[in-house]
Design a binder for this molecule. Structure first.
Ligand code: BGC
Length: 753
């Protein structure tokens, strides 16, 4: 046997025996467990009292404490910080009969205490390395605070900006979304799950939660197999291929079946066809919500349906722990269902190293060293700058001059240190973001003044949790803002959504600038036209008036802890913006859902033009196209695309073609461009989108420099879930496009045969 072969065989043997040992360990433990203990592993509770204080003595909390001590809890969520995690783990490990360690889950949506840009913003960077690093450093910061499992990445494809949760995902494109899903999984889980710096990830929300009707959270989803397989599922599949350890299902029903009980999705597809060997956790209370859905007649039946549907762990419904024993006795479910779920859960705990050391993730020293470290600050600033999208820059008002200018910072969000943190930042310190004002103050050459214009107000919308909102009743600050605008050379207006205005349960029916901000903008523009509008938001907003009347618009999302520095550095030209929109920005709410990869329809037409008839697919009072399309974003420099070249106009199945352009930097600044490659399959067994992203490259060019940028076209890219319910590339014509955003028109054809 030659050496290579020997090493290969050795590797296979080692892998198999390591695998066997893991499976054997799981089996050995399972064989010692009582039925109750098994069910306990399937039960997850929320953190509910101060574990480092006195033990709870009343009601629900007492029950939960007893369950912990008796091995009836497999996981906790929202317990964080070494002190707390250690205290809870101690109960499970020292008091319960088998001492099985708990797994601690937490929503690391965009960072732990150091808050990274919201995921939608990071998606705008199109920088997979930066996104991977953001996840990996967030995992590290959370892991040293006791967390070993995150409910992220959220990989729901989203087409409707009314839905507040678009902020948590990667936007409207399944290809970009798949790459980002894999990058985040890699970032969270790393190469070694048993390292104290990596944690298990969870792809959510399985599935189709992003298609909630009318963008209203938790609403019904009704989509066909074509959309499900071609659009919704690819990022989930990418997460499985990247080795993700867990999945979370979703609140919605999908075509009449609540996702929590959907055996097709969870058993046939995920655990069957895709070979996923991790476990599935329900969403918060989603098992009991099946009663409200009108799908289960009572809690017990909801438990039965969830087990049969493939949900392995019950988050906060307390149904598994209370009902599964009886369901088993009644033979509604069988022991194989329970054993399978428990094995999946135990396996992940073994892989995390928790059986070797239940306190692996509890190290006070590391917690002190790593929380908020410089490494986190730098990575945060880096990805924040990359996430900014320049939407408009007329008369090169940007970048701003660094000296001798009077600059007025106006708007409720200009000095706000809370909103840039966005939603889903449970472990963040309130008011800890660098504000735009602070970012500007760190440059010394200009005179900076500030006026709020529209005030902020503290509210407690859910009865216990305070947040800063933009007031909708008080206009008294507008006069002061106008007076300031009159005196300065340039106005930087910082407007948009307050941090909690997007996120879970934050659907909006209007997508304009909230409150009196539009009025403020128009009044300021009357007295000073030199305005740079910086928009902070968790979702696409409608910016029609600004796009017509304001010379520069910068999309700055909710950029996290380093927000103000990132924005100031971009506005002053120390960083040349390169972000591209991951979601279309609509012209009006009536266009929603709006997305670039739509179908042609039987009556397509030229956008906004008079077709000489009304009988084509359009609005009588609005264009079909978005204000800013998917993939759109400017730079301080300009790029010129040469005509597209194709290496051949025929491609045999199994073969490949090369598509290329030459990209020239014709402007004055060094800059980066995300060159995008799209394909259209204009005629197929099931209708196909008018364009689909199939590749992109980030190219950096000096002024005057030209580079060839090429993409390989393969059969794999042409496959889709077709009318025969198979992933196939169908012979015939295809069009290829290469351009700077999804509205690119120039195309070349080839035949697949
Ligand atoms: C959300 C999930 C989240 C869970 C735990 C639910 O309300 O839908 O995305 O992971 O809460 O916080």
């Amino acid at each position: 046997m030659n050496t290579t072969r020997f090493v290969f065989c050795l590797l296979i043997t080692l892998t198999t025996s390591a695998q066997q040992t893991l499976d054997q360990k799981v089996e050995a433990l399972l064989s010692k467990m009582t039925l109750q203990e098994k069910i306990g592993q399937m039960n997850q509770y929320n953190g509910f009292w101060n574990f480092t204080g006195p033990s709870p003595d009343g009601g629900d909390q007492k029950i939960k404490y007893d369950h912990l001590a008796n091995g009836l809890v497999g996981s906790m969520l929202n317990v964080r910080g070494v002190k707390e995690v250690r205290a809870v783990q101690k109960i499970a490990v020292e008091k319960s009969r088998l001492g099985i360690p708990l797994i601690f889950g937490f929503d690391l949506i965009h960072g732990y205490q150091s808050v990274f840009p919201i995921p939608l913003a990071e998606a705008a960077s199109w920088d997979l390395e930066a996104i991977q690093r953001s996840a990996s450093l967030s995992a590290k910061e959370a892991a040293v605070a006791g967390i070993n499992w995150t409910f992220a990445p959220m990989v729901d494809v989203t087409r409707d900006a009314r839905w507040g949760r678009v902020m948590e995902g990667a936007g409207e494109d399944p290809y970009l979304g798949s790459l980002i899903a894999a990058a985040r999984v890699d970032g969270f889980q790393g190469d070694d799950l048993a390292s104290p710096f990596t944690i298990a990830a969870s792809a959510k929300h399985f599935a189709a939660y992003g298609f909630a009707e009318a963008g209203r959270d938790y609403n019904t989803v009704d989509i066909g197999l074509n959309t499900l397989h071609n659009i919704v599922l690819p990022p989930f599949k990418a997460a499985v291929d990247a080795g993700i350890k867990t999945f979370m299902n979703s609140f919605n029903d999908l075509n009449g079946i609540p996702a929590t009980a959907d055996a097709y999705l969870q058993r046939d597809l995920l655990k069957g066809e895709w070979g996923f060997d991790g476990f599935v956790v329900s969403d918060w209370g989603s098992i009991r919500e099946m009663v409200d859905h009108g799908y289960a007649k009572d809690r017990k039946q909801a438990g039965e349906m969830s087990v049969l549907g493939g949900s392995d762990m019950d988050m906060e419904s307390s149904i598994y722990v209370n009902e599964l024993e009886a369901l088993l006795e009644e033979k509604k479910i069988n022991i194989a269902h329970i054993d399978d779920a428990v094995k999946r859960i135990l396996k992940v705990k073994f892989e995390l190293g928790l059986f070797d050391d239940p306190y692996l993730y509890c190290n006070e020293e590391l917690e002190k060293q790593i929380t908020g470290s410089q490494e986190l600050v730098q990575a945060n600033l880096d990805v924040a700058k990359k996430s900014i999208v320049l939407l408009k820059n007329e008369n090169t008002i940007l970048p701003l001059k660094k000296e001798g200018q009077k600059i007025g910072l106006i708007g409720p969000l200009a000095a706000d240190k809370n909103s840039p943190l966005g939603n889903w930042r449970i472990a963040a310190v309130n008011n800890s973001a660098v504000s735009v004002l602070e970012g500007f103050q760190s440059y010394k050459g200009n005179k900076i003044s500030h006026a709020q214009g529209v005030k902020l107000v503290n509210k407690v919308p859910d009865g216990f949790h305070e947040e800063v909102q933009i007031n909708t009743t008080d206009k008294t600050g507008i006069e002061e803002a106008i007076a300031l605008a009159k005196e300065v050379d340039v106005v930087v207006m910082v407007l948009g959504e307050y941090g909690f205005q997007s996120g879970e349960g934050r659907s909006r029916a209007f997508l304009n600038l909230p409150g009196f901000q539009q009025e403020l903008l128009e009044k300021v523009a009357e007295v000073n036209p030199n305005i740079v509008l910086v928009v902070m938001n968790g979702r696409p907003l409608i910016l029609n008036w600004a796009s017509e009347n304001i010379p520069a618009i910068v999309e700055a999302w909710h950029l996290g802890s380093q927000s103000g520095h990132a924005i100031a550095q971009v506005l002053y030209g120390d960083y040349n913006p390169s972000g591209k929109l991951p979601m279309s920005f609509p012209r009006s709410v009536g266009q929603l859902p709006i997305y670039y990869n739509h179908k042609s329809t039987g009556r397509p037409g030229a956008d906004g033009e008079d077709m000489g008839s009304v009988f084509w697919s359009h609005y009588g009072d609005e264009k079909n196209s978005p204000l800013y399309p998917f993939g759109y974003g400017l730079s301080y420099t300009q790029f010129e695309y040469s005509p597209l070249q194709l290496s051949d106009d025929i491609m045999d199945k199994g073969g490949s073609l090369k598509a290329s352009i030459k990209l020239k930097n014709t402007g004055k600044f060094k800059g980066k461009e995300v060159v995008q490659f799209y394909i259209q399959d204009p005629y197929a067994s099931a209708t196909r989108p008018v364009k689909e992203l199939k590749g992109f490259q980030m190219v950096e060019l000096n002024p005057g420099e030209t580079k060839e940028v090429s993409f390989r076209i393969t059969e794999e890219q042409l496959k889709f879930y077709n009318a025969r319910q198979k992933w196939e590339a169908e012979s015939g014509t295809f069009y290829v496009f290469i351009g700077s955003n999804s509205a690119v028109k120039e195309k070349k054809a080839f035949e697949l045969r």
